[in-house]
Design a binder for this molecule. Sequence first.
Ligand code: C2O
Ligand code: CU
Length: 463
Amino acid sequence: MRRALAALSLLLIAPSACRPSAPADPAVAEFADAYPTEVVARGGERRYELVAAPTTLPMLDGRALAVWAYNGQVPGPILHATVGERLHVRFTNRLPQDTTVHWHGVRVPHAMDGVPGVTQPPVEPGESFDYAFVPKDAGTFWFHPHIRSAEQVERGLFGVLIVHEAEPPPFSRDVVWVLDDWRLGRDGAIDPNFVTRHDLAHDGRWGSVVTVNGRVNETLAVRPGERIRLRLVNTANGRVFRPDFSGLDARVIAVDGMTTARPVEPRGFELAPGNRLDLDVTIPVEAGGRQFRIVDDFIAGRPNSLAWIRVAGDAVETPRFASPARAHVPAWKDVPPEPTLAFELQAERGGPFGIAWTLNGEAPTDHAHHPGRRLPLGRFARLRFVNASFRLHPMHTHGMFFKVLARNGAPVDEPWWRDTVLVHAKEIIDVGLVPLDPGRWMMHCHVLEHAEAGMMTTLDVAS
Ligand code: C2O
Ligand code: CU
């Protein structure tokens, strides 16, 4: 009896003492087991200055391109922090427009989420804003504006935030590949027509020049035997990439920043706008002098060359360690089959752009006063995305991770968390989540043109 009581009280307090509702729900208890609900503050602080401004950079194939850049770089600087350490970013806007910085995938306090009118006022030209938070999860994240994103991200405003584990696995090197594409006008400059009817009638703005780290045919020089942590981030407005790593010894070890339950074969993984993928890549010792081309084959018959891995020099000893893995990701097989909230994804004529993208028939522009959808704090919820359209919609939630539970009614057990899931034409996807942070969190399509034209709502998490 004493034992049973002890076990019960453990169950009740395990998710964290400050969690308001105890997880009576077995799904919640299962979740609390798997998810890093609390962070141990380590002390220490990383300070960064971040300035957004127009500039001209050698880009793509080496041409001078007029861009908008963070700290004069495209992609922006890679910011580093260790999980539990405080990150302080003093941001200054030197753009001709209002902007904000959103920390995609990072579970930040609501006031730091960078959503104009919902979590903060816009940062006006010449103004500054201090973003400060303690990252709760180690992993690959990114940051970008949340105002006129279809224009600002396309012009070059995006950067990567790496939150390191307290004890990072001893890879030979840690490499970031930012995947993007660019639509240029006849003059070779970024085409300044944003959120066009064409973009809206399709999967957003797809460019004609595909880059990795802002360059066409990015090359990574490695030595035989090296073991690389390769962090892929899709910052494109609309393009989906399906990178092919066949020929290399590569395993997925994290999706959307969160470590997978086990290493996963990368074949066929669709990297939609917003998604990240961490790979554990070992370069064979006998690969000296070889080069591997990484190709995107999302569109059958129209592959894009992404990057090269060139192997040269003396072989190094391959670091031996088990790939990072999360102890357990719940399969959530016994959760209620009916959705807590369902969203129909559809388009209609009208709105400021001529075509509006809707969630349940709504395409709101003012999220501060939008009724939103309520989600109970600390309780299991199932969200259903019903794509009634023929276009792609990578659906993204701020402030929470979710698990895909079903595709077109068939159960799915992806052994990882996500913050963005691609919903294909006419597809129905169910996801499960347990919101842990109170606040009004955006949920939107990460095709930035679709979001701009209304495909955005809020999930209001409260007890
Ligand atoms: Cu990267 Cu609101 O999103
Ligand atoms: Cu969309």
